[in-house]
Design a protein around this ligand. Structure first.
Ligand code: ZN
Length: 275
């Protein structure tokens, strides 16, 4: 026979368990209850067109369209989806991060297209920063490369602001070069953008099971990480920019410290493959 105090204890314990369970459900509104909220980040927006000066196809429009399609696909799959922007507005990177970090159980997917002065540059590349983000990056890259006619530029680790400051698994996928005539033509095709969205969604769904693909997906070493041509990713505070420059000097010692997730690893290459 339970005493009054032990009955009270089990009541309180039961209430706490119920509260915790309810909290999990709030953070993961989906059929299974285990799926995270997916924060979809359409790169650029508003006065920030993305890409490089003089670029014909506006990156901000392409990223928004793919992001909206991705939202539809993931919503249809039962995911709770949040968008950092769903119209042509400028959202500061800090706001994008704050939106993401307001969810305990979330993953962050930033959609971009690439650009460089060399028109021949092409291919898909996927970025991550924290080690926790690698499975998601690998999976998204695996599916997008598999579903696109573009080349495979690999999964790369780099300390972009939105990847570094988000506290959840976070990935930035560059869905091809809008400065490449062939890839720009793909991107301007609605069914191709739908395909991109479906492949990114497949990566979200398969994020726990594509780890093996790392053997076939080229994961960049520090030496092969190129400079990023994007305007928005350079919008960090001057102190962070200084830190990044200092980190370049550390690149020679970096390999020895590979187990330590430091920003020096992400921004260490001074080589720009696109020249
Ligand atoms: Zn971009």
């Amino acid at each position: 026979m339970p005493t009054n105090s032990s009955r009270l204890y089990s009541l309180v314990a039961g209430f706490l368990v119920a509260l915790l369970a309810r909290g999990d459900c709030l953070a993961a509104k989906s059929s299974g209850g285990a799926d995270p909220t997916v924060v979809i980040d359409a790169g650029h927006g508003g006065h920030d067109r993305g890409g490089i000066p003089g670029q014909r196809v506006s990156e901000k429009d392409m990223t928004l369209d793919v992001a909206k399609r991705l939202k539809n696909v993931l919503s249809a799959n039962g995911y709770n989806v949040v968008m950092t922007r769903d119209s042509d507005v400028f959202v500061p990177l800090g706001t994008r991060v704050a939106i993401t970090n307001s969810y305990r159980n979330a993953i962050f997917v930033s959609v971009h297209f690439n650009a460089t002065k060399r028109a021949g540059a092409d291919g898909i590349e996927t970025y991550f920063y924290s080690r926790d983000s690698l499975p998601l990056a690998s999976a998204i890259h695996h599916y997008v490369v598999g579903g696109a006619p573009s080349g495979n530029r690999g999964v790369r680790r780099r300390g972009y602001y939105v990847l570094r400051k988000t506290s959840v698994p976070a990935v930035l996928v560059e869905c091809g070069f809008l400065t490449n005539p062939t890839e720009a033509a793909y991107a301007q095709n609605a069914s191709y953008r739908q395909k991109l969205a479906e492949e990114i969604a497949a990566g979200v769904r398969g994020r726990g099971s594509v780890g093996g693909s790392l053997s076939t997906t080229r994961v960049a070493t520090s030496e092969s990480i190129p400079l990023q041509p994007y305007m928005d990713q350079t919008k960090v505070s001057s102190s962070e920019r200084r830190r990044s420059k200092r980190s370049h000097k550390k690149s020679a010692r970096k390999k020895k410290k590979s187990s330590k997730p430091a920003s020096s690893e992400a921004g260490s290459s001074s080589r720009n493959r696109e020249g």
